[in-house]
Design a protein around this ligand. Structure first.
Ligand code: HEM
Length: 245
């Protein structure tokens, strides 16, 4: 077994462990952080069902982004939908036999690769062209965009310029999951693609679960109907209750 295979095998185990562990830990911290104040962004739903629908509209069509900036919405939404299609298409590298619906969406995945790049280009241009966005952009904002562009570009390079041995690649990943390591093809585009993917996994991309913990979006607008108690205020309530009022 080549040193390269061993290196990538360990890299992907480590990246997966850190992704699951890191994001899991963060979610645990977020879930335990009290929301001491009622601060739903109005107009806000007044029932839990309403909050579920609001969240659904947020994560599927980016509703509040649509209201605030049409251009950012267009590029941001395009990028995310394309990313989803690309990732679903990639399921065929990790499943045997390949599910019928994954086989069915294969052709769309290729267009999605280009759509993903177009979305990223728009989002990146915004960070240079819009003054107030350029002012608040940090190096890590640019780095994330560069990383995603490089992943998409190396993926498309494999598709259209320098093919890799997909059968061997699939054997490598199925082998990783079964703890029976198989050789990884040593094609430069694939090695670059995979190293960048591992970097993306290590960067954790917390904003995916993070949106669900945003108090302005996940709170019910019912402060007139129910008393809001969280963290220290809940403790005060218990103590007041113990004293009989
Ligand atoms: C371990 C995970 C991954 C593996 C094994 C992998 C492997 C591959 C392979 C073999 C191709 C070439 C497809 C072909 O020639 O038909 C490809 C293409 C591509 N990959 Fe990945 N990739 C992974 C993760 C990702 C991630 C996380 C992204 C996006 C953030 C991504 C984005 C792309 C894109 C945009 C393409 C070109 C379009 C397409 O073929 O779907 N890949 N990938």
């Amino acid at each position: 077994m080549s040193g390269l295979t061993v290196f990538y095998a360990i890299l992907f185990y480590a990246a997966t462990a850190m992704l699951v562990g890191g994001v899991g830990y963060r979610c645990w911290v977020y879930a335990r952080t009290p929301q001491p104040l009622k601060i739903p962004l109005t107009p806000a739903p007044t029932t839990r069902r309403g909050v579920v629908l609001r969240m659904l509209a947020e994560v599927t069509v980016f509703k509040s982004l649509f209201k605030s900036s049409k251009w950012t919405w267009l590029f941001g939404w395009t990028f995310h939908v394309a990313l989803l299609a690309v990732l679903l298409r990639h399921l065929r590298y990790f499943t045997e036999p390949v599910w019928a619906w994954v086989a069915l969406i294969q052709p769309f995945g290729i267009y999605a690769g280009f759509a993903m790049l177009a979305g990223l280009a728009g989002l990146w241009a915004r960070r240079f062209l819009v003054d107030r966005v350029r002012y608040i952009s940090s190096p890590s904002d640019h780095l994330m965009l560069a990383l995603l562009v490089a992943i998409a570009a190396s993926g498309l390079a494999m598709k259209f310029v320098a093919h890799t041995d997909i059968v061997a690649l699939k054997a490598f990943f199925l082998g990783l999951m079964a703890f029976s390591w198989q050789a990884l093809p040593a094609d430069p585009a694939l090695l670059v693609h995979l190293a960048l993917v591992a970097a993306l996994m290590l960067s954790k991309l917390l904003h995916a679960p993070g949106v669900f913990f945003s108090p302005t979006l996940n709170q019910v607008d019912d402060p007139r109907e129910r008393r809001h108690a969280a963290g220290w205020s809940a403790q005060l309530d218990t103590r007041a209750g113990a004293k009989g009022g």
